[in-house]
Design a protein around this ligand. Structure first.
Ligand code: G3D
Length: 263
């Protein structure tokens, strides 16, 4: 697909500080089995947060402590829940985990490369997943770009854990597969682990004549029925760069407001 925009400069849009770390870990192996992935998961703080041994020791010492008379006359100080602990650890690191998903050929890898300032002239299909880490407006984004081929979709669930935001990329010129696109999106939104994640939909490839508008895509995907989910649809082109920052701005802002503002 060689259009004139193909030669558009691939410098990163403003506000992105390119690739602090970049992993290319191809092959559909589950997250927990991949040694390259493990440090990133630890960085997000989730695995350090629960420390079951600490919690057990604390509850044991509380059990042994003699209770003074009237110990129950005042409510005990509110225990710090796991969610609060996770939020605090995340707040320190300001890490945000974003999952790029969508059908194959939608433009996921091109979008990630484009915002990271990489050459978009050489894109090969994502057979497993790529992780890019970049700094954006005070946040460290860990972007997981997962292969969208039919045979790989069953592996998506290996990447849901601790996801803060999903970016669902649609090829706006691929009208034939919109139904498939809608079905896969619905399946994804039914996943419990993704229940709280913000959803950004990129109506990509707007540079192609005849591409559907974001309103038309929103109607096909029935986005109005999403209820409480935080979502937004943005028209964009990975070739021209149009719409990409607006989309990421919303996504990171929405995640930040949910995770970091309510401590
Ligand atoms: P994927 O990661 O979702 O599978 P890719 O998709 O990023 O690999 O992109 C698939 C094809 O779409 C690539 O073309 C890529 O250049 C093209 N593409 C991605 N974004 C755009 C866009 O905004 N406009 C246009 N016109 N094309 C886009 P090839 O030819 O390499 O298969």
């Amino acid at each position: 697909m060689d259009g004139p925009e193909r030669n558009a400069p691939s410098s990163p849009p403003r506000d992105f500080s390119p690739s602090v770390t970049s992993f290319d870990a191809r092959g559909p192996s589950p997250v927990s089995e991949n040694p390259v992935v493990a440090p990133l998961v630890h960085q997000s703080g989730v695995q350090n947060a629960s420390s079951p041994r600490d919690l057990a020791a604390r509850s044991e010492s509380a059990r042994r402590r003699p209770r003074s008379k009237g110990a129950f006359s005042h409510p005990p100080p509110r225990a710090m829940g796991l969610l609060t602990i996770i939020k605090k650890v995340k707040a320190k690191e300001k890490e945000v985990r974003i999952l790029m998903v969508g059908l194959d050929n939608a433009g996921k890898t091109t979008i990630v490369k484009r915002v990271n300032g990489e050459d978009i002239g050489t894109i090969s299909p994502t057979l497993g997943f790529n992780i890019k880490t970049m700094d954006y407006k005070g946040y460290r984004l860990n972007i997981w770009d997962v292969g969208g081929q039919k045979t790989l979709r069953s592996y998506w669930r290996n990447y849901y854990e601790a996801t803060d935001g999903m970016v669902w990329v649609v090829d706006s010129a691929d009208v034939r597969r919109l139904r498939d696109c809608k079905d896969e999106l619905r399946k994804l939104l039914g996943e419990e682990k993704l229940a709280g994640a913000s959803l950004l939909i990129f109506a990509n490839k707007q540079d192609i004549p005849g591409a559907l508008t974001k309103e038309e895509i929103a109607a096909v995907l029935e986005l109005e029925t999403l209820g409480k989910r935080h979502w937004r649809i943005e028209s964009c082109s990975a070739f021209t760069g149009e719409g990409l920052l607006e989309g990421f701005d919303w996504c990171v802002g929405d995640i930040g407001a949910r995770i970091y503002m309510h401590d």
